[in-house]
Design a protein around this ligand. Structure first.
Ligand SMILES: NC(=O)c1ccc[n+]([C@@H]2O[C@H](COP(=O)([O-])OP(=O)(O)OC[C@H]3O[C@@H](n4cnc5c(N)ncnc54)[C@H](OP(=O)(O)O)[C@@H]3O)[C@@H](O)[C@H]2O)c1
Length: 281
């Protein structure tokens, strides 16, 4: 009998990719957007998950607007912390495995080293704090969980940095892009495949999942135009040149220690993934 998978945030960038991949792999997939299951509504979450009794819950719904979160912290905590609590309680009650998608923004980025899954967390802003509070609820309330931290996500669904660069590149000859923040780009398809591999096991815990290698946003932008054969001059600038409401970690490069120690497939380098995305979409 095929496994039942319930996906929260199913209309989001990652949610849509998860729905597609798990459907293609033969799972019985139930994707819920906010309209059908608002994760802040505990009664509704319990009703939906309690009725469907999925084997696996993939929780990708979140308040993801990092800057907006600074001015509406209650919204961010309501969705990312208590919404996650609601999902964790309901998933635990039906015995489902739970994947909670978290973020590199749980780190402050003040070290020069890559962060592994056991590095101390210290989020800079409301978004990171609320996602970390969600992680804590998962640890406290669920017994079979994967906390999957990811970063700099792009893919065919939804708005993201790659699409923004391609659009700006059509409109302008020159662009300034931040060169003093480093991280790991992540293609939604590679993230979804890694999640697929994780949930087939009982190797519960925290995982850093991104494409391998790292870059600055400036290097990322240059590579996008290089692969796309677009003649756009990209100039490096600093974070201070473009003040934003939310502080970002200067270094949020991941080490994939848990993937390695648990013998999961390594994830391809970011340039390879980017090239595959740009050529196939
Ligand atoms: N994008 C990144 O670079 C990045 C980096 C690190 C981690 N992550 C994490 O990855 C996950 C997926 O992100 P994404 O890029 O796919 O973001 P996204 O496109 O913004 O998707 C998030 C989805 O969650 C939904 N949602 C928000 N509040 C909800 C609620 N109360 N009930 C049900 N659904 C709700 C949103 O619906 P509405 O459209 O109706 O608001 C949206 O469809 C998130 O957990 C995020 O924190 C993302």
């Amino acid at each position: 009998m095929s496994q039942k998978v319930l996906i929260t945030g199913a209309n989001g960038q990652l949610g849509k990719e998860l729905v597609e991949l798990f459907t293609e792999k033969g799972f019985e997939v139930y994707g819920f957007g906010r309209d059908k299951m608002d994760i802040t509504n505990q009664a509704q979450v319990q009703e939906v998950i309690g009725t469907l009794k999925p084997n696996i819950v993939l929780h990708s719904a979140a308040h993801t607007q990092v800057d907006l979160a600074e001015s509406e912290p209650e919204q961010a905590f309501s969705i990312n912390a208590y919404g996650t609590r609601n999902v964790a309680v309901a998933a635990e009650a039906v015995g489902a495995k739970l994947v909670y998608v978290s973020t590199d923004y749980v780190f402050d980025g003040t070290t020069d080293e890559p962060y592994n899954e056991f590095s101390p967390t210290s989020p800079l802003g409301v978004y990171g704090k609320s996602k970390l509070a969600g992680e804590q609820f998962v640890r406290d309330l669920h017994s079979k969980f994967f906390i999957v931290r990811t970063s700099w996500v792009y893919g065919k669904h939804g708005a993201n940095f790659v699409k923004t660069m391609l659009k700006l590149g059509e409109e302008r000859e020159k662009l300034s892009v931040v060169a003093d923040q480093r991280g790991c780009p992540t293609y939604t398809l590679d993230l979804a495949n890694a999640i697929l591999e994780l949930v087939d096991t009982q190797k519960y815990g925290v995982y850093h999942v991104s494409n391998s290698g790292s870059c600055s946003w400036y290097e990322f932008a240059k590579e996008i135009f290089e692969i796309s054969e677009m003649k756009v001059q990209v100039n490096p600038c600093t974070t201070a040149d473009f003040p934003r409401p939310a502080a970002r970690p200067a270094n949020s490069v991941f080490e994939h220690m848990s993937i390695k120690l648990n013998n999961f497939s390594s994830i391809r380098p970011w340039k390879e993934a980017l090239s595959s995305f740009l050529r196939n979409n």
